[in-house]
Design a protein around this ligand. Sequence first.
Ligand code: SF4
Length: 305
Amino acid sequence: MEKRYYPFSSYLKKTFNKKVYKITLDGGFSCPNRDGTISFGGCIFCDETGSYSRCNNVKNSVQMQIKKSIEKLTKQFKAEAFMAYFQSYSNTYAPVDYLKQIYDSVFLDDKIVSISIGTRPDCVDNEKLDLISTYKYPWIEYGLQSANNKTLKLINRGHDFECFRRAVIETKKRNIKVCAHIILGFPNESKKDMLETAKKLSELEIDGIKIHMLTVLADSPLAKMYKENSFYLLNMEQYVQIVCDILEILPKTTTIQRIAGTGFSETTLEPKWVNRRFEILNLIDKIMIQRNSYQGQNYTNKKIS
Ligand code: SF4
């Protein structure tokens, strides 16, 4: 079925004229919000894995991770083109020489057509961005989670919205595409707050978005909070309605990289429905049809310079 939003897979197909498979990599990085530079506890929803790559891990070099993934995907799907995605922790959190070495190693295989680097907005600077801009079709994925500074404080992000905004502007100046990660359902946030985050992202004309439902992971500080004083978590219908509102607010050009995930059922305490990926995706399609709405329908074209 034709989607009423702009899936990332369509962007990849349009850009490279073939299906591009993502290879998730673990570059062995850490995170300043976990190692004590900013804090020891990390963001309250994060567990010790720091959203790690479940396909690859640092026991293998980046080159070896790529080799094994390409072999597997080629055998399984006859895949021909790949995007290297550094997922775990903060993948720009190292000296620029070291980053160059790691990122360069990705492109030793010419089937890698693009690179995407997940990081925090306070872990980039001009030198690092200049380096990243030299690679083929570069993307940076910034964790924001919410544009509300009170929420950012509550969840112990260690940076504010201004920091994110500055990073996005500097990144886009260098023609590096930006994907933002946000989380819906923080206990202090109303629907209005969540839509305000979407509005601020649309003003920045971000190139991609990953939307997550707040999940309580075992061993995260949030799990402790939840056990001590359980707070309300959105149900699937509420989550989906807000996702549809967000899609309507974002520009048509923003690629939708994630609106439902599979998660890790064994470490997800609540809500259990987040693992029902296809049900969530189908409900989003259904609600967009019921509303007769499309991505960008409520985009106001107010640009932040
Ligand atoms: S920045 Fe990422 S890795 Fe670091 S604590 Fe927060 S969610 Fe975890």
